[in-house]
Ligand binder design. Sequence first.
Ligand code: NDP
Ligand code: OXD
Length: 310
Amino acid sequence: MPVMLFACFHVDTQAWKAALAAADPGLEIRVWPDIGDPAEIDYAFVWKQPKGVLDGLPNLKAVFSLGAGVEHVLLDDSLPAHLPLVRMVDPTLVSSMVEFVVMRVLHYHRHMPTYEQQQREGLWKPLSQTLASDRRVAILGLGELGAASARALTGFGFDVLGWSRTAKDIAGIRCFHGPDGLEAMLAQADILVCLLPLTDQTRGILNRRTLSLLPAGAFLINAARGGHLVEDDLIPLLDGGRLAGATLDVFATEPLPTDHPFWTHSAITILPHTAALTHPGTASRIITANIARHRTGKGLVNVVDRAKGY
Ligand code: NDP
Ligand code: OXD
């Protein structure tokens, strides 16, 4: 019977244990720190784990991340260099993120911040409505989440732009890549959505310089990682009118400290890292199917490329 170390933090452990057991009754789950004999652990399942949880597991065969983003594992020195690291790729996660992105893009597109302010003032004042085809929505990252969000936005008729590391050709999306492509795209982005992995190349990519390339009055939606945004740069850009608003789901420090100035800024919407939550039921079936592949020698899917960092 394969044994899995469960070292996922800030999640409902009982719900996950039940979902994993339902997906594969033959998988034994050991919840960290009660791991029993370390030599019996075959697989580890991690999320927001303290550094070092993967130390001293001589027969570990693969590590699974509860999240699509894996920087939390790659930064942990206890991750053995030779082991496959598998990230979460789940259609349920993708559709949750698409909902989130569409929700916030429509919110800004349809002037909701202004209407909410007008309501507070008791002001009845219709605003002119920009056509979706005249609203340029740019997505940083055209992977599982970015490409699906881009496609969904084209369904509303938005002018959708997307940026990736490698060149892409996606029907209905104006695709950019590389550093030059980034600048060209930012100059045309009325609403900018970040769905990049956090790597050495993307850390701090949302900063005073790059965000100043956006047309004045643009909106930012960061649903990727707090490390993408240079937090100190945001409020001056909002107060100076370069940016009109920001939706932030992720932060450099989570939970966001109670005295952080983002909490009280009227142009910032804060979410507690819930843009797309990994669903125990669907994700457990995906992980156990992947383990079954591994055990029959077929090879794991969704293995992270350590050199790229995602
Ligand atoms: P993928 O690995 O599928 O896609 C990543 C995309 O980013 C690819 O298009 C890739 O380009 C692009 N990219 C990576 N590095 C660069 C770079 N240096 N320059 C330009 N483009 C780059 O990731 P997912 O779509 O599955 O997830 C994206 C991120 O979303 C996760 O890493 C995670 O941080 C975040 N996330 C946040 C959640 C939340 O609730 N807030 C939930 C789930 C994920 P290329 O295609 O050329 O390789
Ligand atoms: C993820 C996340 O990476 O939830 O999946 O942030």
